[in-house]
Write a protein that binds this ligand. Sequence first.
Ligand code: NAP
Length: 722
Amino acid sequence: MTTEREGIAILPSYLRDQWWVPGAAAGPGGADPSPGADPVAVRDASTGETVTWLSTRGIDLEGVLDHARTVGQRSLGELTFHQRAVLLKQFALALTERKHELYDLSARAGATQRDSLSDVDGGIGVLFTYSSKGRRELPNGQVYLDGPVEPLSKDGSFLGRHVYTRLPGVAVQINAFNFPMWGALEKFAPAFLAGVPTVVKPASPSAYVAEAWVRILVETGLLPAGSLQLVSGAVPGLFDHLGLGDLVAFTGSAATAERLRAQAAPGVRFTTETDSINASVLGPDAVPGTPEFDAYVKQLMVELTTKAGQKCTAIRRAIVPEAAVEPLVEALRTKIAERVVIGDPRAETVTMGPLVSLAQREEVLQAVGRLQAAGGRVLVGTTDAPDITRADGSTGPAPDGAFVSPIVLGFDGAADALPDAVHDVEAFGPVASILAYRSVDEAADLVGRGGGSLVTSVATADPAVAATLLARTAAYNGRLLFLDRDDARTSTGHGAPVPHLVHGGPGRAGGGEELGGIRAVLHHMQRTAVQGSPAMLTALTGVWHQGAASRSDRHPFRKSLAELEIGDQIASPSRLVTLDDIETFARFTGDLFYAHMDEDAAAANPFFPGRVAHGYLLVSWAAGLFVDPDPGPVLANYGLENLRFVTPVSPGDEIRVVLTAKQITPRETDEYGEVRWDAVILNQRDEIVATYDVLTLVAKTVEEADATAAATAPPVSAEVGA
Ligand code: NAP
């Protein structure tokens, strides 16, 4: 048996819905006890003690992938977007409850409390965000519609539409060591919401943190079978078993990405988030003494020290006006001296932990050596091993800990003569270079020389500077952050991707795109153009299309969600439009716009034949025409969407409205749901006057409507009735 080494357990993998370690002969991941296997030790970043061992000797990766594609696809396929979204929230709550365990483990990988805030809480936050976005922005079904209907025949009997359906394979997520939770959950959440099963392969140095969050999710008992598997350790031959319909989302170094990309079969969706020599520009207006200068210094200090600089988004190049170099260095030195206490994160006073491993420390110091060889001078900090604060509060050297001081390098010479190394060498630790510029254009050139970055920030209060840098550098960046006195306090920061916005960058940054709200869910789905009749598109999408069958048996406002079906319709009688009505409405609302009140001026307008009815009058009348006034299952009208006025209405015209149930979205967690109604106002010549969607909240059952009416007030912004 190889289930432990030196009395310390081998870190289990979670495969085929069971925990597995090598040597668990009857286990699901394989049956090779492999007595000769050589597990790899994972060590505490501060003390060098062994935390766990990693080995996947004998793992059956083909079986793991097959389990995801069969069992995982099936169980996730039984759920709608909203049901998956509700589960994400439950996972987030379970992780929140056991956060302290994750913080304790993260400290072993070098994370301070503040670092864990971005990794642990940040990861949980991604789950909450995707849960909420999934329920607000996706239908409670399995097909996502992209863009409007395209009429493809004159009589409306042939339509086209783009739809997204989930990929049929498995999402393999290979993660970097620095964010074992956030980095994994920001991929897992969109994949899960899309309905694609995940296999997580964490980086070795912090794999035990990933094992912990997976264990917490498993222990909720809520994970659909096969929806999440974890491989703790190496994955040899993994790519031999991937094909069309599978995805790989890789985060790590550009060198590993290149190697793996070459192994991926055609058809595998392979996205990478790799290293990035991010820039932060101090605007020429942000001179010392301005709030922008202060915000810049603070941000640079935070980016240097958070996660000990092991952040893909950290600032590697501080691009500043020549005159600002000295004051910046001085301000940074002061700030670091005041705020930075290097040491074991388990000591309360420590504000910056070690790098993840001694190997990582070696790599960072080598990269600093390359920058020095290219002309870099250390302006702040030192490459010598620092004295540190130990867990017990004592201070002194720590030969077994991976500690490095914050290091800031400076380079002499003109911007266009700076060595390539400042734009190429990623020292993945608390290291940044200061580069001087003479003009905003020169600053933009320097940003671009990074070859594509995840993020650039700009501290300026001058919109002209910001506009130049947007135009010149946006194409080189996945994200741009403009920092000024108004947002300095509330900014989420240069280095913090947020789930609502795209994370990824062009070129060297990997060319990938993650997060960005529902965009990330769609990355796990295939967009397909679907053509067919209105009835067929209605059946396939669950959304009523003009031209499909409709029913007018009973007023649809008398039907609860249990009874209502898409296609349920009310066609109203007509109503005459008089000049008197128009004038009354104008006086009542104060909308005396000439097109309604002045015949000559209205007729001179290119769009109107003379005085016309207010569009809002028509919409109000339409509500009066289609509404059923008595209390019933319709609880509230919460908005209109896509309102277009098409044909003007003159006094003497008649209007009528046709209202059809278009989309029904029961809420998973409430006793009501949303109904989107297709509304069309027509005139006496059957010309379309206006089109829009009416949005209502409708009770799931009639009894619930009564109970809801008795127990709850409608939302503040909702207008009761229709
Ligand atoms: P890495 O050495 O490239 O490793 C990344 C991941 O690839 C790890 O999980 C690693 O597993 C795995 N891996 C290595 N060889 C593999 C193989 N043959 N097959 C399958 N997986 C393999 O990078 P790292 O040192 O963990 O992370 C640091 C780098 O990541 C930095 O360059 C940083 O800029 C970049 N990063 C980028 C982002 C971003 O979003 N752009 C975020 C974080 C980090 P093992 O650990 O087991 O070898």
